[in-house]
Write a new protein. Structure first.
Length: 332
């Protein structure tokens, strides 16, 4: 059987976004997190077929627009990427909101504002349009908090590291310059990828963070290498590892949210502070600590992330069961 998917492809701050505008499966579930679980149980071949080779690549991510399950939301989003079906994706949200608005797939009840239901919760969106183009999108994200600090690991062939864990929609192992880690440019992209896979495995052995309000959200999925900025006007820089071989080309939306919570926890940011986050390739998001909140019994923050996306074209993709690689593959 041949399955056809109509996609709008593009990028947010350099990282790919594939909005599947046609071909999304009907899902069961009373909220987007339950729909995510149903998707993983019955339709994960769509994710692997669209994101992995030969139709995608190691950095591919995107998702689907769905009717919301809540009366107060404009739409729902389900995220897909090579690392899985994420609870939240910041760069993906910016891209899919941009493409959806520009192509009439999303109709806001209030121009300039959206409320979107994602598996991690409900997020509020502000955006600006000019001449039919979305110039920027700002996400008021789900609450972020620090889950653990000072997790000691020994990385074979590298050395000891002290790693913190912070949540910004996904759980991040955050590594600041220390000991064997002098900075991003000292390592280079290939070494970051090589080390990150090992570090994520070590962190998963050491700790399994569980969201205080929903135990279906758990486990370290990303590694964020923090560094000082390179460009004028930036406040920090990162390389975020996800999947098996990917470094986020954008500053990473949920990673920026996790980093904002991390810096606020350390007393290096306060409510109202702005933080310009630079990616490995030099693209930027504007982060802000919007307010202090409690996440269950944990102190946390409401972060916001602002960025922009560019659509690069339409793409009609077939997944044909007669293709020996219909479900995709990855070469690690």
């Amino acid at each position: 059987m041949r399955h056809t998917f109509f996609c709008i492809d593009g990028h947010t701050a350099g990282n790919p976004v594939r909005l599947v505008a046609g071909g999304a499966p009907l899902l069961r579930g009373g909220d987007m997190l339950a729909r995510r679980q149903d998707f993983l149980a019955r339709f994960d071949w769509i994710r692997t077929g669209l994101c992995f080779e030969p139709r995608g690549h190691d950095m591919m991510s995107g998702g689907f627009l769905y009717p919301p399950t809540r009366d107060d939301a404009d739409c729902g989003i389900l995220f897909i990427e090579t690392s899985g079906c994420l609870p939240m994706c910041g760069h993906g949200t910016i891209g899919m909101v941009t493409f959806g608005l520009e192509h009439g797939l999303i109709t806001p009840r209030t121009p300039g504002q959206l409320r979107i239901e994602v598996p991690a919760g409900v997020i509020d969106i502000a955006y600006a349009m000019d001449g039919g183009k979305v110039r920027w999108v700002r996400i008021r994200n789900v609450p972020a908090y620090v889950a653990a600090t000072g997790i000691a690991i020994e990385v074979p062939g590298f050395g000891p590291l002290s790693v913190d864990v912070s949540y910004g929609g996904n759980y991040y192992a955050i590594i600041e310059p220390q000991g064997p880690y002098a900075g991003l440019d000292d390592l280079g992209a290939s070494r970051i990828v090589e080390l990150s896979r090992t570090i994520r495995d070590l962190m998963r052995d050491a700790i399994e963070p569980v969201h205080p309000l929903d135990d279906r959200i758990r486990g370290v999925s990303h590694v964020l290498w923090a560094d000082k900025p390179k460009g004028e006007g930036a406040d920090g820089r990162n390389a975020v590892f996800y999947g098996e071989r990917a470094i986020d080309r954008s500053p990473c939306g949920t990673g920026t949210s996790a980093r904002l919570a991390h810096l606020e926890h350390q007393g290096r940011l306060n409510v109202g502070d702005r933080f310009v986050h630079e990616s490995y390739i030099g693209s930027r998001f504007i982060g802000r600590v919007e307010e202090a909140v409690m996440v269950g019994d944990r102190p946390g923050i409401i972060p916001s992330i602002e960025g922009s996306a560019i659509a690069t074209g339409f793409n009609t993709i077939w997944i044909d069961r007669e293709d020996p690689f219909w479900a995709g593959f990855s070469v690690v």
